[in-house]
Write a protein that binds this ligand. Sequence first.
Ligand SMILES: [Zn+2]
Ligand SMILES: [Zn+2]
Length: 365
Amino acid sequence: MGRAAKAIVYREGGPIAMEPIDVAPPKRDEITLKLAACGVCHSDLSATNGTVRMPPPLVLGHEGFGSVVEVGEGVAGFKVGDAVLTSFARMCGKCAACVSGHPARCEHAAEAFSTLPDGTVRTHDAKGEPLNVFCGLGAMAEYATIHVDNAIKVDAHGIPPASAAIVSCAVMTGVGSVTNTAKVEPGSRVAVFGLGGVGLNAVQGAVLAGAATIVAVDTNADKLAAAKRFGATDVVNAKEEDMVKAVRRLGRVDYGFECVGSGELVSQAYKCLAPGGTLVIVGVAPGKDQATFTPISMAMEERCIRGSTYGSARPQKDIPALLALYRGGRLKLDEMVTRTYSIDQGPQAFDDLKAGRNLRGVIVF
Ligand SMILES: [Zn+2]
Ligand SMILES: [Zn+2]
């Protein structure tokens, strides 16, 4: 027997529900976290609607912040009481991708997709049946036993738990897509397509990078208003006007960030690029989606399309840096957390996510 905990669990056919679970102690190279907060991300929802294939029954949650309560054999870098942010990408630290500074492309990432890297789980339901864990984490639970390769030790002093939690996915992914993947130069013209948790942070990233123009595009008036607060210089409501025409009227952009996950939107966003412009695909589109572009426009105008996963993060370096930017008043986190929920209110948090009611909803424990 391990620790009794409440968790948000998805079973085949749904609904997303709160369930009591048992979390076994850590094995070799694992730690058990007591979660303080976990953000509610679109990717969690994607695992329940077929966009991302992660076999249920599944404990959701990957945007977690907590503290170490137990360490397994062989763990050197963590001790009881350490503050930890979870990394939904496993970083083995040893493969060619990791050693060349691209841990977001770790060759072993898939080993911690719905289980821990050894293919087993530490989580079981009330009947003793094993429960898979989202990205090797299952952080939407009072306790989670995870591999150290998915953990980032941080100094979270003075940061509210809900604000710290969102750094591990939404903030890292959005800001990183601008600063790490695209390396946007000061004075650039930027457009961000889709203003969920990731898109709003791409806007913040563009501010940090010194972009001169930041055009925010969405269909939700509240999110457009929020983008203004986060530093967008112009907004386009794609429900009210032709998005491509509206963006082009403001001036074609050097960098576009597609933060929805839609083949159609990728095709549209590409049309907004200036010569030499780069479109970064950040959103995770359903596998059946296709995007189109004319090769001649790419050749003659030297345009580029590239992907970004986890903001091309080097989480052990970048995440502490983001927390430091917050402390210095240069990164907005508290303003992003528009509602917190108890673990019992978890299902409500997902309803609100689907309805687009929050900039970010966070479960606090
Ligand atoms: Zn996420
Ligand atoms: Zn690796």
